[in-house]
Design a protein around this ligand. Structure first.
Ligand SMILES: Nc1nc2c(c(=O)[nH]1)N[C@H]1C(S)=C(S)[C@@H](COP(=O)(O)OP(=O)(O)OC[C@H]3O[C@@H](n4cnc5c(=O)[nH]c(N)nc54)[C@H](O)[C@@H]3O)O[C@H]1N2
Ligand SMILES: Nc1nc2c(c(=O)[nH]1)N[C@H]1C(S)=C(S)[C@@H](COP(=O)(O)OP(=O)(O)OC[C@H]3O[C@@H](n4cnc5c(=O)[nH]c(N)nc54)[C@H](O)[C@@H]3O)O[C@H]1N2
Ligand SMILES: [Mo]
Length: 892
């Protein structure tokens, strides 16, 4: 549509406001209650213009073809100035004088001096929260914070309280900010135009205005916590990170972030960071030079190989580390040591996704771009708690649901999304396969399937149809504990949607039959023709670690080379051998649990653990500790002296994501750049440099001297990555793999022509439901589910060393009120939990969010010993531990 602004025609889209037209015309207006991301309210009345003969607030006036807009003219300018002056007059001088806010800059532009600000409200500052502070005297009640909290974050923690000129923002719960529902996403800080809501470490108002101190530097990088892949701007001053701000152009986060990425950077400067190598001498870890540490590692590796051959050495690579680091360590293991004994924590996490998605569709990643989620009209969220574990994704899903998409949540617990769901199914842990089959049965029964798609693009329908006969809703209900009506309702919502999406997490994968769970979910998308078409968005596995997708993509796996080419495939080996100039061993290596078993049996003589706290986070910790005790050389490479590092013979101090150069791949297969923002502390070095250094003491040269060179080399090994380079990413921001061509974008949505299976078709799976490995009995009557909480991250090594510890200081055991009553338990009471494998100490938290008969805890405080409880049961296909089902009892 063409709109005339001050006599000039501009082109704007349908539904545009007059403010959009004015901006398109390149005219500036004050618009203090406006943020592009939010609904317009027209409350500050500073963007006054003439429209069709009337004076109107531009932000809430629809642009019209026949409504000419005027912005210029003394009268309009005076009106706008008066509106701003009126707001400013109630504020203290500092609102104009000392803040770096949007308001201060508006005043500057309009020539409004600090003398206009004559307010003396003196309400005092609320600094109860570690990250978000409120100076109510600076509030102009524009409501941007309230709207961003509701519309972008979906938390509804804020409100405007008071009347008339005394209206200010306040936590909806009343009282202090720290006691409110605030999840510290930082959205309010980023939109507040006056600095009333601000964060310590930055001048008030500067987060929103991006008028940062001139003494600071800003570096764009990718978050190093979870797999969402938020693009961040890290602000540093004097070599210290002072703030992290979300990148407004971030392809996944679009200017949003969460309490970890946005605020939990304090670990970087923790006095407990490892700053020099440590070597065990006379039973104690002592500081040594890099030279001595590396010599010891080299001697241990040589001794292991001399005693039992290359397969006596194994490495666990880090999904926290970059692609280039993962690439280098797998190359080291394969070409310098001569073994495929390399694995990463995908084993503990989404290895069933990789296996299941490959079997169903051909590639081990999510099928669609998360950007497309805005098209989804039905979200099926299974065994994932994105509100806490992938908060930026959680917020976007919630936003979709609030805008009308139907939401089906399948989780035994009342997780954050469940409160907004059309249907919340609460299956007994470990029964997803039966639940999915029940839903699939209804899809078939009610004809909610895509016959043409099934005929032309899928195989396996007859076998699945035969199997599904055994899963009518009533039978599925008996197996899962979900009422049959819920199963039918979920099937109808998913089955009738125009563009459904499946989002899932560890509640699907970390089970005895996790791969079957993934395949049973994939069946639903195939039955509906909702994958590889524009009639659906397939499956989004919410990959966990910042670079767990990438660690696997780079070949830090025992059976695949970079790009998932099988080590058993002679052609794949030959291609890698040509690039590496060294032979590649043909026999698949050991998976993580096999490494531990081999160590206990004396077959593994050296284990190099990079960025994983196996003593805390792998299951059945007693068995892990026994493995470490039995293995002659344990090298732990970490930021901190983790439980694993304390068990090690050599500890190597590593740089964190804030200190290094490379790339990560997020959950929707997106390569993004990671850039150093500050120097590592002391003698800590990047994992990249350390792997090179170890190779060098063994007399080997791994080539690729820089991370950029490593990605270039990897691009020559697998066609999936041929089109990728640091240079291109620097230029274009982010690229999804497969990316075979340097001059074409990567494939964000997969399988639009054909599936990547051998026959080009999607494969339905007819795997029956099988019960979980652990079962409750009279002695261990409760089912323990383990998972995540918002403020802490995995072993907690980083988040416990930030102010997140103030937000969440201990490990809790969530228990249903009925079970608590039966056990005579009070809230906050310490309790000992016992399983068939070990025991843990936790603090009782009574909540109906947990189902009766089940208890829930996280594993963010290793001292509690949660993984002493979990068993060595694991997914039968991939060895992913059954973390989600452990039979326990509460000791009196
Ligand atoms: N704050 C925070 N964020 C994180 C992490 C963290 O530690 N803290 N870790 C990161 C990592 S490594 C990962 S892998 C991801 C994990 O992210 P998620 O997969 O979302 O995390 P979990 O909390 O482990 O498990 C998800 C849900 O599965 C449910 N569940 C358990 N069993 C079943 C079942 O049988 N069926 C169904 N339908 N549901 C079940 C649990 O109740 C739980 O709510 O999070 C990443 N993000
Ligand atoms: N009970 C239970 N246990 C679980 C799970 C569960 O749901 N329940 N989930 C499992 C899952 S999904 C996962 S992914 C694992 C995660 O388990 P881990 O990978 O062990 O956990 P993290 O705390 O993410 O990181 C491990 C270590 O890496 C270090 N680190 C961070 N960045 C770097 C780096 O750049 N370089 C190096 N060298 N070190 C670095 C950290 O300080 C930390 O000590 O936990 C698993 N354990
Ligand atoms: Mo994970």
């Amino acid at each position: 549509m063409r709109v005339s602004v001050d006599g000039r025609d501009v082109e704007v889209g349908e539904g545009a406001s007059v403010l959009d037209a004015v901006c398109a015309a390149g005219v500036w207006l004050p618009a203090l209650c406006h943020d592009d991301r939010l609904s317009a309210v027209g409350s500050c009345r500073t963007c006054l213009v003439g429209a069709g003969g009337n004076i109107a607030a531009a932000c809430v006036t629809p642009a019209g073809e026949h409504t000419p807009v005027t912005t210029a003219g003394e009268e309009l300018e005076a009106l706008r100035r008066d509106a701003v002056e009126l707001l400013v007059s109630a504020l203290p001088r500092r609102a104009v004088e000392t803040t770096h806010s949007e308001l201060a800059s508006v005043c500057h532009k309009l020539g409004i001096g600090a003398s206009t600000a004559q307010g003396t409200r003196g309400r005092g500052t609320d600094d109860s929260h570690p990250y978000v502070h409120l100076d109510p005297d600076l509030c102009i009640a524009c409501g941007r914070c309230v709207r961003i909290c509701a519309e972008v974050q979906g938390t509804f923690a804020l409100t405007l309280a008071g009347r008339g000129a005394d209206t200010v923002v306040a936590p909806g719960t009343g009282g202090a900010w720290a006691d409110s529902d605030c999840v510290a996403c930082g959205g309010c800080v980023d939109t507040c135009p006056t600095g009333a809501i601000f964060q310590p470490g930055l001048p008030p108002g500067s987060a929103a205005s991006r008028r940062l101190p001139t003494t600071s530097t800003t570096t764009r990088t990718t978050c190093g916590y979870c797999g969402v892949g938020c693009s961040l701007d890290v602000v540093a001053e004097d070599g210290q990170v002072t703030a992290v701000l979300p990148d407004r152009e971030g392809p996944v986060n679009r200017g949003h972030a969460c309490v970890k990425g946005r605020f939990a950077h304090g670990f970087q400067r923790s006095p407990e960071r490892l700053t020099q190598p440590l070597l065990r001498r006379n039973g104690r870890l002592e500081p040594v030079s890099w030279g001595d540490a590396l010599d010891h590692v080299a001697r241990g590796l040589r001794a292991a190989v001399a005693a039992d051959g290359p397969d006596a050495v194994a490495a666990i690579s880090s999904a926290r580390a970059t692609n280039e680091e993962n690439y280098l360590i797998q190359k080291f293991m394969r070409t310098v040591i001569g073994t495929n004994n390399i694995d990463n924590c995908s084993r503990l996490c989404h290895s069933p996704s990789a296996a299941g998605l490959t079997a169903s569709f051909g590639l081990p990643g999510g099928t669609d771009s998360f950007d497309d989620i805005d098209r989804a009209d039905c979200l099926l969220v299974v065994g994932a708690n994105p509100v806490e574990a992938h908060p930026v994704v959680g917020a976007r899903l919630l936003e979709r649901a609030l805008r009308g998409a139907t939401l089906i949540v399948a989780d035994p617990r009342a997780v954050g999304l469940a409160g907004h769901a059309d249907v919340h199914l609460r299956p007994r842990p470990g029964t997803n396969v039966a639940l999915c089959h029940g839903i699939a049965h209804v899809l078939l029964d009610e004809g909610l399937i895509d016959d043409a798609f099934l005929r032309e693009r899928a195989t396996g329908l007859p076998e699945l149809t035969a199997l599904l006969k055994e899963y009518p809703p009533e039978a599925a209900a008996a197996l899962t504990g979900v009422p049959a009506a819920g199963i039918v309702q979920a099937a109808r919502l998913y089955g009738r949607a125009r563009c459904p999406a499946i989002v899932y997490g560890l509640g699907v994968t970390e089970h005895l039959h996790g791969t079957d769970g993934v395949r049973a979910l994939a069946n639903l998308a195939v039955l509906r023709g909702a994958v590889g078409t524009d009639r659906g968005l397939g499956l989004y596995p919410l990959r966990g670690q910042n670079n767990v997708q990438g660690a696997s993509d780079m070949g830090a796996l025992p059976d695949t080379l970079p790009g998932y080419h099988k080590v058993t495939d002679p052609a794949a080996r030959a291609r890698a051998e040509r690039v590496w100039g060294a032979p590649v061993p043909e026999r698949p290596g050991m998976r993580i649990p096999q490494m531990f078993a081999a160590a206990r049996e004396g077959r593994l003589r050296a284990l190099w653990v990079i960025g994983e706290d196996i003593c805390s986070t792998d299951p059945d910790s007693r068995q892990v500790a026994a493995a470490l005790d039995a293995c002659p050389l344990i090298v732990s490479q970490d930021l901190f002296l983790s439980a694993t590092a304390s068990h090690a013979d050599v500890v190597l101090p590593a740089a964190s994501w804030l200190e290094k150069d490379g790339t990560f791949v997020n959950f929707d297969r997106r390569f993004q750049r990671v850039r150093p923002t500050v120097d590592p502390p002391g003698q800590a070095r990047s994992d990249f440099d350390i792997v090179h250094a170890v190779a060098a003491v063994l007399g080997a040269d791994l080539g690729c001297p820089t991370p950029a060179a490593a990605l270039d080399e990897c691009a020559r090994i697998s066609p999936h990555f041929t089109g990728l380079s640091h240079q291109r990413l620097d230029h274009q921001g982010a690229l999804c793999w497969p990316c075979p061509y340097p001059d074409r974008p990567g494939q964000a949505k997969l399988y639009t022509d054909r599936f990547a299976t051998r026959d080009g078709r999607a494969h339905l799976a007819a795997a029956p439901y099988l019960p979980p490995g652990e079962q409750p009995d009279d002695t261990y009557p409760l089912i323990l589910v383990t998972g995540r909480r918002l403020a802490h991250y995995n072993s907690g090594s980083m988040t416990r060393r930030t102010d997140n510890l103030r937000l969440d200081p201990t490990d809790h055991l969530d228990i249903h009120p009925d079970d608590a009553a039966r056990h005579h338990l009070r809230d906050a009471q310490p309790v000992t939990v016992e399983s068939r494998h070990g025991q843990a100490r936790l603090t009782i938290h009574i909540t109906a969010h947990t189902s009766p008969g089940q208890v829930f805890c996280a594993f963010h405080f290793p001292a509690s010993g949660v993984n002493a409880l979990t068993s060595d049961h694991a997914d039968t296909v991939t060895s992913c531990p059954e973390y989600k089902v452990t039979a326990v009892r509460l000791a009196p």
